[in-house]
Design a protein around this ligand. Structure first.
Ligand code: C5P
Length: 305
C-alpha cells in the first residue's frame, strides 16, 4: 500500500474574455473564452480510510470542509469527481476528501471546479491508477465545463461549452485585485439572462491572442469583454461602482469573471496594484472579500509553441 493521503491544489481562474455564440441542442451555450489561473487555491487531500475505522456502514465517499456551508454530498463537485473516478477505475476502497477552501464560493472563479480537478489528481496518485492527463480531462468534462481548464491551468483558450481547452502563449506577468461581493450568482441564471440581440460588442479572441503574444496590454485590455456581464451588472449596480473604483485606482483593465459576481482589476504594474488593493480593502473589505494575487502559470512561464 502506498501513501495514506495525497494533497493537491486546485487554482482559481479569471476570464479575460467570454464570448457566447448561441444555445446548443444539449441546453448548454457554445462559448469561446480566454482563461487565466491566479495564485489563489484550495487544497484537497484525498485520504484512505482505515478499514478498522471504516466498518461495514462506511460511506464510499466522505467530504470534510473548513467552511460549514459547503455541501458535502453529490452537490459538491469534488464529491462528484470522487464518484466518477471510482466508477471508471473500479477502485472500491472508501475515500475521505478534506477540502481547505480559500477560493470564494459561487463567485465566478471556478472554485468548485478547482476542487474537482484537485480531487481527480489526488485520487489518481493515491490509488496509483496512473490515468493519463487526457483521461482526467475527459472525466473532468463530465463533472463540469470548467474542470478541464482547472486541470490544465495557465493561459488557455476554451471552446465548446468550455471543456475544449488549449494552452496559448502566457499572459505577461501582472497582478489582479479581486472583489467578491457578499452575494453569489448562479451560473445557469447568468446564462439564462444572455440575449443575443442585446450584444453590442464581442471580444475578438484572435486579436487578444495576438496582443498577448506581443505583450501589448492596450491590445489585451481592448478585448476584455464578458458577454455574461451586462445582465449581472444591471441586476447588481454595485459591481459597476467596484469596476469604476478599480479603474480610478489605476487598473489596466477591469472585468467580471465568468458568471460573476467577482470583478477584478488587472494591473500590469505591481506598484499600482498594492495601492488599489489597500483602497479597495478599506472601502469594501468589511463586507466583501478583497484579494490581491499574481497570475500563475503551472510549470513556469514557458511560452506555448
Ligand atoms: O458545466 P457546468 O455544470 O458548470 O454548468 C452549469 C450550468 O451553467 C449549466 O447547467 C448551464 O445551465 C450553464 N452553462 C451553459 N453553457 C455553458 C456552461 C454552463 O449554459 N457553456
Amino acid at each position: 500500500m502506498g501513501e495514506k493521503a495525497i494533497c493537491q491544489r486546485g487554482y482559481a481562474k479569471i476570464n479575460l474574455a467570454l464570448d457566447v455564440r448561441g444555445l446548443r441542442e444539449d441546453g448548454y451555450h457554445e462559448v469561446a473564452m480566454i482563461m487565466q489561473t491566479v495564485k489563489l487555491w484550495d487544497e484537497v487531500t484525498a485520504e484512505r480510510v482505515d478499514p478498522a475505522e471504516a466498518g461495514p456502514d462506511c460511506p464510499p465517499i466522505t467530504v470534510e470542509c473548513n467552511l460549514p456551508y459547503v455541501p458535502r454530498d453529490e452537490r459538491n463537485l469534488a464529491w462528484k469527481a470522487a464518484a466518477l473516478f471510482r466508477e471508471r477505475t473500479g477502485i472500491t476502497e472508501p475515500v475521505r476528501l478534506r477540502i481547505y477552501k480559500k477560493i470564494p464560493v459561487s463567485a465566478g472563479l471556478a472554485g468548485g471546479s478547482a476542487d474537482a480537478a484537485a480531487a481527480l489528481k489526488a485520487m489518481n496518485l493515491l490509488f496509483g491508477a496512473h490515468l493519463p492527463m487526457q483521461k482526467l480531462i475527459e472525466l473532468g468534462a463530465e463533472i463540469g465545463s470548467d474542470v478541464p481548464f482547472c486541470l490544465i491551468g495557465g493561459t488557455c483558450l476554451a471552446t465548446g461549452r468550455g471543456e475544449i481547452v488549449e494552452r496559448i502563449r502566457p499572459l505577461p506577468e501582472a497582478t489582479v485585485v479581486l472583489v467578491k461581493p457578499d452575494f453569489g450568482i448562479s451560473t445557469p441564471w447568468a446564462y439564462q439572462q444572455f440575449e443575443e440581440d442585446k450584444v453590442t460588442r464581442r471580444p475578438d479572441l484572435p486579436a487578444m491572442q495576438k496582443a498577448i503574444a506581443q505583450r501589448d496590454w492596450d491590445g489585451i485590455a481592448a478585448q476584455m469583454v464578458n458577454l455574461l456581464e451586462p445582465p449581472v451588472l444591471k441586476e447588481h449596480p454595485i459591481l459597476n461602482h467596484i469596476k469604476n473604483d478599480l479603474l480610478d485606482k489605476g487598473a489596466t483593465a477591469v472585468l467580471m469573471s465568468g458568471s460573476g459576481p467577482t470583478v477584478y482589476g488587472i494591473f500590469a504594474e505591481e506598484k499600482s496594484s498594492s495601492k488599489a488593493y489597500k483602497f479597495m480593502k478599506k472601502y469594501y473589505g468589511s463586507r466583501y472579500t478583497v484579494l490581491e494575487r499574481e497570475l500563475y502559470q503551472p510549470g513556469g512561464r514557458r511560452p506555448a509553441p
